[in-house]
Design a protein around this ligand. Structure first.
Ligand code: C2E
Ligand code: CA
Ligand code: CA
Length: 662
């Protein structure tokens, strides 16, 4: 249409009549001048004679030549002009055709790649949108004297308008080379996501004069992204925000606090429902998710709650504003407990719901999200038993816990790498002061922490099921040392090995021992197992049966630490023991009248029950004196010997004690 219009204009400007009249007029004028002037000139100089006639004839010829020249020039000029006009018009038509062709191709390409083009001239504030934008995504705006966002503002989703404007302004303010903006626009009745990308064109001075860019529709990508966002930031089943979401929001909040140098305090609660597996088994996972949602809904009613997240089915992270004192936290924790209990009753679930809350306070326990969350988590893990349901982070408690975890790990490695050693502490016949036995005691040289007492690592081994491995390791070592040390083997001395509660829980130990005896690896009469009565505190008959089997296999059995803790005389009748070891707490207090009487009576009673008695932890000659008076059978303690390595044992076997080791 545009092209035809242009040709029309050109043609309308062309007037043939006017050109012809001009031509005739020009010819007449020049002919008139020629005739009048030449006639006048000839008459003046050559009025008579032959020359006059000749000149007249040549004048006519000249006139004809002149006319031909004039007509020729006038016609050529006119033809030239017409030719030029036509050529010009044709050229333009050609060019326009070319442009139209290019535009068509361009529009097809836009369609194929699904990308629209735009241009924005900064000075003129002229915004141009290509065909694709106008037809592909229905933004009907060709040119506008507004920027790329303002020009199409009536199409932009109201929720996105502000951020879209902000992004454009930010791009201009920062004088960036690249521009990107994502927002929704109305395409017919639906909103679609588009992405405006732009690059800056600069003049020689380096100033931006134009921005050229593309528009792409990214609804599918955006929906996918939203889905991924949902997956990444929300719990799949309950649709509640997850830990990652909590972390990032908390991180943003802390960043703002830092930027504005605000002095605020708040707390992070890490709430975990215990025994979720059991609850899941009883109520089913759907019901469980429902419960999690209900708990979240209840918690959300709290005015102080700023952020909540839920994940792994049983964990919640909560952020409470302006909550930092012990009293406030105590109040809030109890309120949460009440809310959950209430919900439990409403849901008519009549078994006990156990949950724990760990709490960290900003900025006391951490200034970044990572620390605040992990410390709330650590605090929850330091809760010891059911009597407590919340714990505020305490570095000391946590480090203790951390060391235990670390030691557990290191101990496992030490057992696997055979890094535990044995030392032996002699037991002596009190009257003769001759060594009768050695108690095998474990030693662990930790590469970093140095010597770790068995008092510390044995309980850790007991908790982590490592203890039965350790017991076997001790037995194996004792056998090895017997095998390689002839003096020890032939000395007839008894070796005492300490057992733990776990060792008697199954018959695997006795089966192991029986195998050793069968293979002639072990002489049961040379081994004494020390057990403590705590083994039998909450034990069933199984432990007692296994102990009886050990006894039956010919091993000696000593009751260790007697009198410490939960002593009950009834054990003395029940347990198949040979020796009773009086706990060193008695020996230490022999100067006290009542302890003295008790010690004497325990020894007397033991003898009446046919047990031999060992007094352990003997440190002074006064203690030895008293024990002699009480007719105690054996002694063990620093007064005689400290625990020592096998190499040192060889030199003292068979000798009388010289009491110099204290
Ligand atoms: P326990 O069986 O009562 O061992 C006696 C502990 O008292 C040993 O400490 C020993 O070194 C110490 N001791 C000996 N004489 C004296 C003394 O005169 N004064 C004082 N103050 N202490 C004395 P140790 O070696 O640190 O062992 C601590 C505990 O670790 C043992 O107490 C035992 O319950 C456990 N234990 C050690 N080795 C083993 C083992 O191989 N297996 C098991 N299950 N427990 C072990
Ligand atoms: Ca012992
Ligand atoms: Ca003991």
């Amino acid at each position: 249409m545009d092209l035809i219009e242009k040709i029309k204009n050109k043609l309308e400007a062309y007037e043939p009549l006017k050109i012809n009249i001009t031509l005739i007029f020009r010819y007449l004028v020049s002919a008139f001048i020629w005739i009048v002037l030449l006639e006048h000139f000839l008459n003046y100089f050559f009025s008579t004679g032959k020359i006059h006639n000749l000149i007249h004839i040549s004048n006519k010829i000249l006139f004809i030549v002149f006319s031909i020249v004039v007509i020729y020039f006038l016609i050529v000029k006119s033809i030239d002009q017409k030719y030029l006009i036509s050529k010009n018009v044709l050229d333009r038509v050609e060019r326009l055709k070319d442009e139209e062709e290019k535009l068509k191709k361009f529009n097809i390409l836009e369609d194929i790649v699904n990308i629209g083009i735009w241009e924005y001239e900064l000075e003129k504030q002229r915004f141009y949108l290509s065909y694709w934008n106008q037809n592909g995504i229905n933004i009907h705006k060709n040119y506008a004297n507004l920027d790329p966002v303002e020009s199409i503002r009536q199409y932009i989703h109201p929720d996105d308008l502000k951020s879209a404007q902000r992004n454009w302004e930010l791009f201009l303010d920062t004088k960036a080379d690249k521009y990107a903006n994502i927002f929704r626009i109305k395409d017919n009745s639906e909103y679609i996501y588009i992405k405006q990308n732009g690059r800056v064109l600069k003049d020689k001075q380096g100033d931006c004069y134009k921005i050229i860019g593309t528009i792409t529709e990214i609804t599918r990508e955006k929906k996918l992204e939203n889905k991924l966002y949902q997956l990444a930031y929300f719990d799949n089943l309950t649709k509640l925000p997850n830990e990652k979401y909590f972390f990032e929001r908390l991180d943003e909040k802390l960043q703002k606090i830092k930027n504005h140098k605000r002095e605020v305090q708040f707390s992070v609660f890490y709430l975990e429902i215990a025994d979720i597996d059991n609850i899941l088994n009883i109520v089913g996972s759907l019901h469980c998710n429902n419960i999690a949602q209900k708990i979240a809904a209840k918690l959300k009613e709290d005015q102080d709650l700023v952020l909540i997240s839920h994940y792994y089915g049983n964990k919640f992270l909560l952020l409470f504003k302006e909550l930092f004192s012990k009293e406030q936290i105590d109040f809030k924790a109890k309120e949460i407990s009440r809310l959950i209990m209430e919900l439990w009753q409403e849901s008519k679930i009549d078994y006990f719901l156990n949950f724990k809350i760990g709490i960290s306070i900003y900025p006391l326990h951490g200034k970044d999200a990572q620390n605040l969350i992990s410390r709330a988590h650590h605090a929850m893990h330091t809760i010891k038993d059911d009597s407590q349901f919340y714990q505020i982070y305490d570095q000391n408690i946590y480090y203790k816990k951390l060391n235990t975890i670390r030691l557990k790990n290191d101990l496992r490695k030490a057992v696997e790498n055979n890094e535990l050693d044995l030392v032996y502490q002699p037991k002596l016949d009190l009257k003769s002061e001759k060594i009768v036995a050695f108690e095998a005691l474990l030693r662990w040289q930790h590469p970093e922490f140095g010597q770790i007492s068995p008092g510390t690592f044995i309980p850790i081994a007991e908790q982590s099921n490592l203890i039965s491995k350790i017991t076997r390791l001790v037995i194996k070592k004792v056998i090895e040392e017997f095998a390689t040390n002839k003096i020890l083997r032939d000395s007839g001395k008894i070796i005492s090995i300490n057992l733990s509660a776990h060792d008697l829980k199954s018959d695997s130990l006795i089966r192991y021992l029986e195998k050793l005896i069968k293979n002639d690896k072990l002489n049961s009469e040379q081994i004494d197992f020390e057990i403590t009565e705590s083994i039998f505190l909450d034990a069933s008959d199984r432990e007692l049966d296994n102990l009886k089997k050990i006894k039956k296999a010919g091993f000696y059995i000593s009751l260790d630490d007697f009198g410490k803790g939960y002593s009950s005389l009834s054990y003395l009748a029940k347990l198949p023991i040979d020796i009773l070891k009086i706990d060193m707490s008695f020996i230490r207090n022999l100067d006290q009248r009542k302890t003295k009487i008790l010690t004497e009576k325990i020894i007397e009673l033991s003898h009446e029950l046919d047990f031999k008695v060992v007094a352990e932890g003997v440190e002074t000659s006064a203690e030895v004196e008293t024990l002699l008076n009480f007719n105690c059978d054996y002694v063990q303690g620093y007064y005689y010997y400290r625990p020592m390595a096998i190499k040192e044992l060889k030199s003292i076997i068979g000798k009388n004690c010289n009491n110099v080791s204290v």
